[in-house]
Write a protein that binds this ligand. Sequence first.
Ligand code: NIG
Ligand code: FE
Length: 412
Amino acid sequence: MLIKNIKKLIQTQDLKMPIKGTKMQLIPSIDNAWILTEDDKIKSFGEMKDCPTMENEQVIDANGKLVLPTWVDSHTHLVYAAPREEEFVMRLKGKSYQEIAEAGGGILNSAKKLQATSEEELYESAWKRLQEVISMGTGAIEIKSGYGLSLEAELKMLRVIKKLKENSPIPIKATFLGAHAFPAKYKENHQAYIDLIINEMLPQIAKEGLADYIDAFCEKVAFSVKETEQIIKAGAQYGLKAKVHTNQFNCMGGIELCVANNALSVDHLEVINENEIAALENSYTIATLLPTAPFFLSDPYQPARQIIDARIATALASDYNPGSTPSGNMNFVISLACIKLKMTPEEAINAATANGAFALEMQNEVGSIAKGKKANLIITEEIPSMGFMPYSFGRNHIDQVIINGKQFNYEP
Ligand code: NIG
Ligand code: FE
């Protein structure tokens, strides 16, 4: 496929390291450009004056349109049994997310529903969500377990993710999040549930090759720092790097723990103090910001300026889940990152493409326009500039999504 007359071809770089600090302001791009794909890969690209003449290829005229790599959504809970709009209404009437969780709602509510749902039904609904997010420009995604909370149901979720991986047109990474919440029967005996995760769930998951990463919800309402430490150390025994939910509500040492254990990412970060920012500086760990979660829960937004200005590698992801973010629309994530987190359009797009790819260790496959990478591309509508995408929030401005070098058609 040849795409020609592109007004601007955006993010034309091949990176060996995540983008940090003032470099986040820059996105290499080519004005008046073309790009050629071969099979599922990017073959070559350049300025229109050097455009190859093609006879048998499919040619798309992108006059007035921008082309950029698809979004990399490095944090989602895409597999779930049912929405939770009743809790949304409870919050509108004054209950907090934590109060609902403590009363057995929240994650435990989702777990109850998931345990009663078949693998086939879970697969069908997740497949639809996957199609929907691809049509909104997502071209690589991470999906977590964590609504099972028993050996059987966690395995069921991870098998659904495995089947999605096998059939999905976009690459998927799977994360085991057995440590999402304590089931009611372990409320007074946390260690017994942690032992179940470590001694029963993890060995079976490793045996079946069902997870790429391990996660825990490190918060006062969920797992303590000491409990999280046990989980990520056990994951490491099976070669699973950590991507950890922390600092959504509380600063309690989760970030320091993750940095000390070389976690791949720390995710959420609505609240973060100076010591925690200092711990992340010069570390291997990526800060993954999820702005649609505080948008939906009316919580404080992530202090992205301090994080980026401290030269911490920063990614953006959707957190798509039925409780705190019932949307997987990365275009809106990018708008919110600009409007509320005060990221520039360049910073937000770098965070949602290149740095998102690093947060999934898929930087050689996706996240930028480079020879040999996957031909997963967004062709925008005719729009004036890149900044128009986040500015004009609530509309996606996507004309076409190209996945594996082919036009993607949304078929729910
Ligand atoms: O990332 N905070 C923990 N996990 C999810 C929400 C889970 C839920 O409410 O179902 C999150 O926000
Ligand atoms: Fe999450």
